[in-house]
Design a protein around this ligand. Structure first.
Ligand code: HSE
Length: 298
């Protein structure tokens, strides 16, 4: 018996929601195929599209699936997985999360949906722990639940699926430079000023409200990050140009996708999202940095 899974790319943080808000791209993601095997444990049979370890204990999909099997508690159970990566590792659109999330979702189907989605998020977070040292959930949660998600609490884990407005699109530019999540986390300050915290949680509340009421104007006002972006944006070529000119081209707003180097912009409707893509191209083409652009409904 085998199962095929599509596992979406994701944008973590979504401006004001560092480590708590994430969204999934409907049309961009990895594919994988899983099957039950007589050989106990996890075996990765192939990886296409990226150079990643086949050794299960060194691979985020393998580690996430091993966490699932451990809690399943039947030592004879074995799962084989073949992975096709379309999301570049290190791109900032949740490559490791897609591997981990797809693996546990597929594994759970093979086990007749033994686990809840909350448990699947928990297992997939083990993949993130391997990838960057911190088991953050703002990529794996939207990869598993779809649309927008919010991590209300990490301990205990409390993940909420949010409403996604009908006509909300995302445009992402991935400059082909490497920014390691562990490095991008390492440069952050561990303390925030109260005045910044006030502004940030005002924006988080407003973003959630804007999503539910489908108030695109409010979403636009809420897409602001006064805590993490000022520090991380120095790692991304032409970041401020992108922010200003993509808004002129019709974007509601945006920011760094996850820990970068990708930058995302939200737009109302596909036409705006494609104008934003064209603007990103105008800004990046002269820079001499290779890049990819993705346009997707959320
Ligand atoms: N919330 C995480 C971070 C996402 O920004 O470090 C990493 O993709």
């Amino acid at each position: 018996r085998s199962v095929k899974v599509f596992s979406p790319a994701t944008v973590a943080n979504v401006a004001c929601g560092f480590d708590v808000i994430g969204l999934a791209l409907e049309g961009v993601g990895d594919e994988m195929e899983l099957r039950l095997s007589d050989q106990p444990g996890v075996r990765i049979t192939s990886i296409e599209g990226a150079e990643l370890p086949l050794e299960a204990s060194q691979n985020v999909a393998g580690v996430a699936l091993a966490a699932l099997l451990q809690e399943y508690g039947k030592p004879g159970t074995g799962i084989e997985i073949a992975i096709k990566k379309h999301i570049h590792p290190g791109s900032g659109i949740g490559s490791s999360a897609a591997s981990a999330a797809g693996a546990v979702v597929g594994g759970n189907i093979l086990l007749d949906n033994y686990f809840s989605t909350d448990a699947l998020v928990r297992f997939a977070m083990e993949g993130e722990r391997l990838a960057c040292g911190t088991p953050h959930a703002d990529n794996v949660a939207p990869a598993i639940l779809g649309g927008f998600t919010l991590v209300r609490s990490y301990q205990p884990l409390d993940v909420i699926k949010l409403h996604t407005p009908q006509d909300l699109w995302v445009t992402v530019i991935h400059p082909q430079i490497e920014v390691k999540t562990s490095d991008a986390r390492g440069i952050l300050k561990q303390q925030v000023l109260l005045k910044d915290a006030i502004r940030q949680w005002g924006n988080v509340g407003a973003l959630v409200s804007g999503l539910y009421t489908e108030d695109y104007n409010l979403i636009s006002r809420a897409l602001e990050d006064v805590i993490v972006e000022p520090i991380r944006s120095i790692l991304i070529p032409a970041f401020h140009d992108l922010k200003i000119r993509c808004k002129e081209a019709g974007a509601l707003g945006g920011g760094i996708s996850g820990s970068g180097p990708s930058v995302f912009m939200l737009s109302k409707g596909e036409n705006n999202a494609r104008s934003v893509a064209a603007m990103m191209e105008n800004i990046y083409a002269p820079l001499g940095v290779d890049y990819r652009i993705y346009v997707s409904r959320i």
